[in-house]
Design a protein around this ligand. Structure first.
Ligand code: SF4
Length: 356
């Protein structure tokens, strides 16, 4: 085993970090490996990452490259860049996610150890334990019993995070508690007049800089936001069937699955899809989601982001959509009042004018 001072791994705050970090934290920490994260995304992260790749590359990949550079600036010399090829037989990720280590190697011309573990469930002997063994081999850890035990610690942290996220706790809070080994279930007391399903990947909506804090912005408009983080794998698989699809892409659950689930959920007033400009898989998935939204009578707003996206225009589109949802809901409630004979309606919001 390596000297303790060398037992440090750098994890870029990008791509699978947003969904998998609780697992990685539990796993590496159990083996005595200290994690150094790159700093949260800034304009500089995006600029530096973008400068190394061709313009057409999607924003999340540009941001990821920027985070690798940030770790190198911090003096980290072992950086974890997983290659997540497929998560089930014949269910693949997009070529950029699959080839992430090659892409980083080709554009970041610096001297460092890239820990490029591969997960490929379409191949024999390339499952989770092999992936984890590859991830810790550079630290001289080869004992499979220890690796399996650490994997359990990873799942424990992940499951704690998932329980809290599913209960509706915010991403950051759930992450903080899970990393401390704690589980809290909050009573959700605030009532929201409008509920929206935000359909996207973790790396598009949980990075404060690139997402322009879309979740917080919607909450400030009195909107309750639902994402794939509140759903189980089974619910998302059922959602894929609801839209009459089969799973093709590895990250299809977050998109088609979550959309299918929320389309048939009566409390959801509207759907927002948010994708990175130039993302091939998402444009295919969103096309199908858009077509189905009509048959479920759910208003849908499609947003794309890239490094040029201006916050003012982004917020204007969100406000216009939310305003339309409020008005639609209010009109439905007033219709209902006329039928039932009720005489008053007090919307629980300051966002639009109160009905007199
Ligand atoms: S799925 Fe889309 S956004 Fe994600 S890495 Fe691939 S091309 Fe980029």
């Amino acid at each position: 085993m390596e000297n303790m001072k060398d037992m440090t791994i750098g994890i870029p705050r990008g791509m699978s970090f947003y969904n998998n970090y609780p697992f990685y934290y539990g796993f590496f920490t159990d083996l005595g490996i200290k994690i150094i994260l790159s700093d949260p995304t800034t304009k500089e992260t995006m600029t530096k990452g973008s400068s190394l790749v061709v313009t057409e590359t999607c924003l999340p990949i540009k941001v990821y490259i920027g985070h690798v550079l940030n770790l190198l600036e911090k003096g980290v010399d072992k950086i974890f860049v997983p290659s997540i090829q497929s998560i089930a037989p014949k269910i693949y990720n997009c070529s950029k996610i699959r080839g992430l280590p090659d892409l980083v190697r080709n554009v970041v011309k610096k001297d460092f150890t890239m820990i490029e573990a591969t997960l490929d469930k379409s191949e024999k002997n390339q499952g989770l334990y092999e992936f984890l063994a590859e991830a810790v081999k550079p630290f001289g850890i080869t004992d499979m019993d220890k690796i399996k035990k650490a994997s359990k610690a990873g799942w424990r942290t992940y499951n704690n995070f998932f329980i809290m996220s599913k209960s509706g706790m915010s991403y950051k809070k759930a992450m903080n508690y899970a990393l401390q080994g704690k589980v809290f279930i909050e009573n959700q007391t605030k009532e929201h007049p409008i509920s929206v399903a935000l359909i996207s990947h973790g790396y598009n909506i949980l990075d404060d800089r690139t997402s322009m804090k879309v979740i917080e912005k919607l909450e400030e408009m009195d909107v309750k936001v639902y994402t794939s983080l509140q759903l189980s794998t089974e619910q998302m698989d059922d959602g894929i069937s609801t839209l009459g699809q089969n799973m093709y892409w590895a990250n299809e659950r977050e998109m088609t699955g979550a959309a299918g689930h929320y389309m048939k959920d009566a409390k959801i007033d509207g759907i927002i899809t948010l994708t990175a400009f130039g993302c091939g898989p998402d444009s295919l998935m969103c096309e199908r989601i858009m077509r189905k939204a009509k048959s479920f009578n759910k208003p849908l707003l499609h947003l794309t982001i890239d490094e040029q996206t201006g916050e003012a225009g982004f917020v204007t589109r969100l406000e216009a959509f939310v305003d339309m949802l409020f008005r639609k809901k209010r009109a439905n409630l007033i219709n209902k009042m006329e039928i039932t004979g009720e005489t008053s309606y007090i919307p629980n919001t300051n966002y639009i004018e109160t009905v007199k």
